[in-house]
Design a protein around this ligand. Structure first.
Ligand code: AP5
Length: 227
């Protein structure tokens, strides 16, 4: 069992393809160590559920597997970045333009962040995502094969129903993976810049608890660099 006192505080960016386990690990680190999880996917889904203007614009884009325009995303994340506490960016940035915007926002706070790349083989992702069940209000995720809830279809914490996300259909997953390769993968080089290396990697094929342990070790190794 990992102890909260083992973790050095640092702002984190979780980078990796759909289904790599970013949300799963973000929830664990937020719960155990007090990181403030900023998931652009969860924020967008909350806007869709509340039928806001942003939600109406984002809904068809998300359903297609494409990315929501950078300016909308950056405005949304900027509005959430106030206050104190270590930030954990989950699913943001997703383009080089978003990464540059985040650097500017962090600089304004006299802060920086370490990017964690979740390395995983593409062929396991469709399987993971088609088996995923989500508690939409909290973003908590389960998997009918690898991480099932105590009662099928029911959230362990609230007792509310779980749903399968509209974009977790096999054909949409393939589009999301192509979009990741084309638009988000360039961020690996962006954060692995030899002049200012800010990238660490984690083997995201390992079991959930092993990935968490590795993340805690990485945070400790890189804590000072990310302050
Ligand atoms: P978003 O919600 O961010 O989705 P995503 O990046 O596609 O990531 P996922 O939530 O699908 O995967 P994950 O890595 O979090 O995996 P999880 O932990 O759930 O974005 C959705 C859409 O919103 C985008 O397509 C886009 O349209 C829009 N959007 C969002 N952010 C945007 C941005 N910045 N810019 C523009 N558009 C944006 O795990 C998956 C499954 O695997 C679960 O069932 C889990 O239980 C299981 N699992 C996790 N870890 C393991 C493990 N180690 N072993 C076995 N199973 C595991």
């Amino acid at each position: 069992m990992i102890n909260a006192t083992e973790v050095s505080v640092v702002n984190l960016i979780f980078l990796g393809p759909p289904g790599a386990g970013k949300g799963t690990q973000a929830q664990i680190l937020a719960q155990r160590f007090g990181f403030r999880q900023l998931s652009t996917g969860d924020m967008l889904r909350a806007n869709v559920a509340a039928d806001t203007a942003l939600g109406r614009e984002a809904k068809p884009i998300m359903a297609s597997g494409a990315l929501v325009p950078d300016d909308l995303i950056v405005r949304m994340i900027e509005a959430e970045m106030g206050g104190s506490g270590e930030l954990l960016f989950d699913g943001f940035p997703r383009t080089v333009e978003q990464a540059r915007a985040l650097d500017a926002l962090l600089a304004r706070k006299h802060a920086s962040a370490v990017a964690v790349l979740f390395e995983v083989d593409r062929d396991v992702l469709v399987d993971r995502l088609t088996g995923r069940w989500t508690h939409l209000p909290s973003g908590r995720v389960y998997n009918e094969r690898t991480a099932p809830p105590k009662v099928a279809g029911i959230d362990d914490v609230t007792g509310e129903p779980l749903v399968q996300r509209a974009d977790d259909k096999a054909e949409t997953i393939r589009t999301r993976l192509d979009v990741y390769d084309e638009q988000t993968k360039p961020l690996i080089a962006y954060y692995d810049d030899p002049a200012d290396p800010r990238l660490v990697t984690v083997d995201a094929l390992a079991p959930i608890e092993t990935v968490t342990a590795r993340l805690v070790a990485l945070i400790n190794d890189n804590g000072q660099a990310g302050r």
